[in-house]
Ligand binder design. Structure first.
Ligand SMILES: [Zn+2]
Length: 536
């Protein structure tokens, strides 16, 4: 629905709404009004913007964790009590907790929600409103806090903007945010913040029977189709987690991944643990050599070239300005009677359309550049991280999140065979793919190479024989028996696990997992609600 300014401007234009001209002017008036409304909106915004451009806080009150400096209301200072809670949220996220689980932890510890905390200080939007439950944290509060760059000590202005048409706040694209660095004392360091953003952007966290996501969730990727690998833990009745490609499906759809890329989670954990241990040992043993090696690994990764994109942005912005001038010009022409309404409308729409698509293109390019810049590698950050874990003994979820960017999982070289190898590529945060030189296998002698080749050939031969027998159905009866026995064992295991789970307050229905919040597993988020209890 058109808003008031439409009519107002039309009156100012001197259009006689009672005259027979009305119908002819209708589309035209819309266009003109839109132009004016946009213009006015721009002017209002520019006064507001000049405050933001200067790096002052535009937001009326500081986010939870900060308070206004009593000596300078444009400056924020750390509210230590709240800041500690903010730091804990980031820490818990690194430990693999989702917002819902964090809520439950805070609730049980009776930590006051930000609205209550701010109300006590005479701040915030809730001063005159009653808050029913002072400890009732919500996932969205936590998620919102985890995403705020303000905690890095920066000022971020113009995260939302009112649109001239509907007067509603719209989130503006990240590329249009104005970020002023180091305007207040940081609460969270950059590495923690970046890690949390990565975890939050990738992982849909959900409990899967044990109430917590597997620490490798969101980190494993299929080498062939690029999809993330999903965890499966209960199907075989063992307490063993396996990951398979999320795009694999036995039905041979063309857009599906051709093979499961199945891998045992514990194997990946062991390899990660061994590799990280190897890196830390190397750093402890010969720090100088280690630093040099990391620097050379990072040095090889060239920074992406943005000159092409920058040029395109420049050209597009020039054209956007030109179009603005053209729109102004045709408006004047039509006002002076040089241009009729139809022609004007047609031209206006054409210019506007081109302008919009150029603006979109500029936004997209900016995002791409920003993303690429974020990926710039840093030897010093990685070394700092390694130093922090100099005394590491056990690999923890928090370490995985801090060290590992992603692991690419290849398919096994021989399928349906125990004699198989499966390749993993480990990409670390800050430095990319890396294996310490101290862990690389020593050069083999000719004899050892020949021996290895002979063993591999033998494995191949056995595997081929097995595949032939399978194809000919020679061992069909025997295989059937084995399969039946295994299925029985699997079913027995499942029954046992189900019983254990019911005792623990977790139970399964038709292959899905349901958390029973009543029986002491409150820190797990119920994801599925079932109408009836299963028969055990
Ligand atoms: Zn795949």
């Amino acid at each position: 629905m058109r808003q008031n300014n439409v009519r107002l401007i039309a009156v100012n234009e001197g259009t006689d709404t009672g005259s027979g001209m009305e119908d002819d002017f209708l589309p035209f008036r819309d266009v003109i009004n839109e132009y004016y409304a946009k213009d006015i909106s721009k002017k209002i915004r520019s006064t507001f913007k000049s405050k933001g451009d200067s790096g002052k806080h535009v937001a009326s009150s500081p986010p939870y964790g900060y308070i206004k400096d009593p000596n300078d209301k444009n400056h924020w200072i750390v509210d230590e009590e709240a800041a500690e809670i903010v730091r804990r949220m980031f820490r818990l996220t690194l430990e693999g907790k989702g917002p819902y689980q964090i809520c439950k932890i805070f609730e049980s510890e009776k930590i006051e929600i930000p609205a209550v905390h701010q109300k006590k200080q005479g701040l915030g939007l809730w001063q005159n409103r009653e808050i029913k439950d002072p400890y009732r944290w919500t996932s969205s509060t936590i998620a919102g806090i985890l995403a705020k760059p303000e905690y890095l000590g920066h000022t971020v202005n113009f995260k939302t903007r009112k649109h001239f048409k509907d007067k509603k706040s719209h989130y503006v694209d990240k590329s249009e945010w104005q970020i002023f660095k180091n305007t207040q004392e940081p609460i969270v360091d950059q590495e923690t913040f970046d890690n949390v953003q990565r975890i939050r952007s990738r992982v849909k966290r959900y409990p899967d029977g044990w109430g917590e996501a597997h620490p490798l969730t969101g980190i494993l990727y299929c080498a062939d189709c690029g999809h993330t690998l999903y965890v499966h833990r209960v199907n075989n009745g063992k307490r063993e987690a396996y990951f398979t490609c999320g795009r694999y499906n036995k039905a041979k759809d063309t857009d599906r991944c051709a093979s499961p890329h199945r891998i045992k989670a514990d194997d990946v954990m062991q390899i990660l643990s061994k590799t990280i241990k190897g890196i830390i040992d190397y750093a402890n043993f010969d720090r100088e050599a280690f630093v040099a090696e990391i620097e050379s690994v990072v040095g090889e990764q060239k920074e992406a070239d943005h000159s092409g994109a920058m040029l395109e942005i420049e050209t597009a912005e020039k054209r956007i300005d030109e179009l603005e001038t053209l729109i102004m010009k045709i408006y004047e022409d039509q006002a002076l009677g040089k241009l009729n309404v139809e022609r004007y409308t047609a031209l206006y729409n054409k210019y506007q359309e081109e302008q919009n698509s150029l603006k979109q293109r500029v936004r997209d390019l900016r995002v791409t550049i920003a993303d690429e810049k974020k990926e710039v590698r840093s030897a010093s950050k990685f070394i700092k991280l390694v130093d922090r874990y100099a005394d590491f003994t056990v690999l923890t979820p928090i370490m995985i999140n801090e060290f590992v960017d992603k692991v690419i999982v290849h398919e096994r070289d021989r399928k349906n065979s125990i004699q198989t190898t499966q390749k993993l590529e480990i990409y670390f945060n800050f430095i990319g793919e890396y294996k310490p030189s101290t862990m690389k296998e020593p050069e083999l002698t000719e004899e050892e190479k020949a021996e290895l080749a002979r063993k591999e050939a033998l494995k191949d031969k056995r595997h081929q024989q097995y595949m032939i027998r399978k194809a000919e159905g020679r061992d069909a009866n025997y295989n059937k028996q084995v399969a039946r026995r295994r299925a029985q064992q699997r079913e027995d295991r499942r029954k046992t696990r189900r019983w254990e789970d019911i005792q623990a307050g977790i139970y399964h229905i038709a292959g899905t997992t349901v958390i029973n919040a009543k029986n002491g597993t409150e820190d797990a988020e119920p994801i599925l609600v079932s109408a009836s209890r299963p028969r055990a």
